[in-house]
Write a protein that binds this ligand. Structure first.
Ligand SMILES: [Zn+2]
Ligand SMILES: [Zn+2]
Length: 309
């Protein structure tokens, strides 16, 4: 297998693109493509301040690396969630993230949830929901709240996360199986800012997971291999495996599934846009973030329950 650009020995063969590349050309191709997606979907401009949510995993560190290589002003945000998966998951992912930032002289904000609020994610999950709600939903709620808070307080224009195509296709697959119109309408590479919430973008949403793994390894990025012990429910993993089976029989099907969805959504063909009034939002009494609940946002309600127990 030869590199399409230089004819040297290829390091990666991407069947879905019918293209093989050598290491050097692959490491050029990924940022070039990212820049193209940033422009195509109007994610952010050159002069905007970007906050990258970094977890210590390959996707978010690769994203930070790519944005930096492209010359964007991108700082990192690491949220210490106090999750111990037997391997001290949180401690190790924080160490790798700090190491990454130090080696490249990048600015990293570290927020320790337990120090900030007095409770860790497992405690929130256990106490406030009696273990009924999965830790990942508590984790997601906490991450969203904290990312918004930091972006607002420190004046960032946009929040970037490392979701790749496999993540996005699995979510789309789940939402399609359920025909969850509300979720489908909201899914996409860009979630526009509204009422005090920063714009959210996913610059890696068109890259396959294996492309991001290859990129991280070839760039010598040290990342945490283990998934968060609470990560994604069994359903999400099952959807990913199902899509991978489809993909191996028909290379490119995952990308087509996602891109055709975005096109259909854009053209307005797929959905009847509802005229309904969006829910009335007002600032949470405690933290000031927009919420549709009467007094406190769902994060502050969770915090209140945990404090009271
Ligand atoms: Zn080459
Ligand atoms: Zn609140």
């Amino acid at each position: 297998m030869k590199c399409r650009k230089c004819g040297e020995k290829a390091s990666i063969n991407m069947r879905q693109h019918r293209m093989a590349l050598c290491k050097d050309h692959f490491l050029e191709w990924i940022p070039e493509q990212t820049e193209r997606f940033i422009k195509k979907y109007g994610m952010f401009a050159r002069d905007e301040k970007i906050l990258v949510a970094v977890s210590g995993g390959k996707d978010s560190l690769a994203l930070w690396d790519i944005l930096t290589r492209l010359g964007y002003e991108a700082d990192g945000l690491y949220l210490g969630l106090g999750i111990d998966g037997g391997i001290e998951y949180s401690a190790e992912s924080q160490r790798l993230t700090e190491e990454f930032a130090r080696a490249r002289n990048l600015k990293l904000h570290v927020i320790d949830i337990e120090k900030e609020y007095g409770h860790s994610i497992p405690v929130f999950s256990e106490i406030s929901f009696r273990g009924k709600d999965k830790p990942c939903s508590v984790c997601g709620l906490t991450k969203r709240h904290e990312m918004n808070r930091i972006a607002r307080d420190l004046g960032y224009d946009v929040l970037a996360t490392g979701h790749n195509l496999d993540d996005e296709a699995a979510v789309l697959f789940g939402n399609t199986l359920q025909w969850s119109a509300d979720y489908l309408l909201r899914q996409g590479p860009v979630l526009e800012s509204k009422e005090g919430l920063a714009r959210k973008v996913k610059p890696l949403c068109r890259f396959y997971e294996r492309e991001m793994t290859a990129y991280s390894i070839m760039r010598g990025i040290e990342y945490i291999y283990e998934e968060c012990p609470f990560a994604e429910g069994a359903t999400q993993i099952f959807y990913k495996e199902t899509l991978n089976q489809l993909e191996s029989a028909r290379p490119g099907v995952k990308l087509t599934f996602y891109l055709r969805f975005l096109e259909a959504k854009q053209s307005g063909d797929l959905f009847i846009q509802k005229d309904e009034k969006p829910p009335q939002l007002h600032p949470c009494e405690r933290c000031g973030q927009p919420t549709s609940a009467p007094n406190l946002c769902s994060f502050c309600r969770m915090l209140e329950k945990a404090d009271a127990s």
